[in-house]
Design a protein around this ligand. Structure first.
Ligand code: NAP
Length: 253
């Protein structure tokens, strides 16, 4: 198991699903984890309580990402609580996980929906990283959660895939930008992952999503969290700018 003792981490969108699993995994490895959420305060507090019940360290931080002021709100809460818990605002690990999913046939995409998807999935991570840079020390970690969908065609997902394609560009360019400081920046790309939503309880839908993976199953969020924990660890120090396919072989076709 990676050892993240004395590290601090921010996981955006950690009130449920993949983000929750990442927060729990990093905490189990010893990190103090900021469990970020947008609106689901109770769910985020449950995640924090669960981590603490297992002997881990975590706190919740709220900010709606999308509106420009969201990044200020996030860092005001984050820095204050990091100071309170550690006496410093150092942030070792940043996981950009919060994201909006959704489909619209190409003929039905509206400008308003497109702008919202871009704002949450691509613009917010860029400015979260920009803002985090003064807090992240040399040898820090940035991990962006994209999707296998940037590698195959699914017309009703074009908007979502565009936002994730933009996120992957952040990985590429910031990996070069931050290399001298030995800060690694990587993309993790899940396939269909059971995030607890009702969709995964509909047998036909679950079966169709399962068949996309070479393993014939949808992923458990813990499978993605393990990959993130590895990239966050010192074992992954020589990996930067990578696209880490965590889709259970979905991209094999
Ligand atoms: P999820 O269950 O829908 O959870 C999304 C999380 O992001 C929640 O904690 C939510 O918090 C937060 N969030 C969403 N919009 C926000 C906003 N505008 N401001 C602040 N927080 C916001 O998602 P998931 O399925 O775990 O997916 C996590 C990441 O993996 C996403 O980036 C997604 O694109 C990617 N992904 C998922 C799958 C999959 O099959 N599940 C596959 C590939 C990639 P609140 O409820 O509090 O707003």
């Amino acid at each position: 198991m990676p050892n993240l003792t004395d590290k601090t981490a921010l996981v955006t969108g950690a009130s449920r699903g993949i983000g929750q699993a990442i927060a729990e995994r990093l905490a189990r490895a010893g990190a103090l984890v900021a469990v970020h959420y947008g609106t689901s305060a109770e769910a985020a507090e449950r995640v924090v309580a669960g981590i603490r019940a297992e002997g881990g360290r975590a706190f919740a931080v709220r900010a709606e990402l999308g509106p420009s002021e969201g990044v200020d709100t996030l860092f005001a809460g984050l820095e204050a609580q990091l100071e309170e818990h550690t006496g410093s605002s150092r942030l070792d690990i940043l996981v950009n996980n919060a994201g909006l999913m959704g489909t619209a046939q190409p003929e039905e995409i509206t400008g308003e929906w497109f702008d919202r998807m871009m704002a949450v999935n691509a613009k917010a991570p860029l400015f979260v990283i920009q803002r985090a840079l003064s807090l992240i020390p040399d040898h820090g970690r940035i991990i962006n959660i994209s999707s296998g969908l940037t590698r195959f065609a699914a017309p009703e997902q074009v908007t979502y895939a565009m936002t994730k394609g933009a996120l992957e560009q952040i990985t590429l360019h910031f990996a070069r930008h931050l290399g001298k400081r030995r800060i690694t920046v990587n993309t993790v790309a899940p396939g269909s992952t059971d995030n607890g939503s009702a969709l995964f309880r509909i047998p036909e839908v679950r079966e169709a999503m399962s068949q996309l993976s070479a393993f014939g199953e949808v992923a458990d969020p813990s499978a993605i969290a393990d990959v993130v924990a590895f990239l966050a660890s010192s074992d992954a120090r020589w990996i930067t700018g990578a696209f880490v396919d965590s889709s259970g072989g979905t991209l094999l076709g």
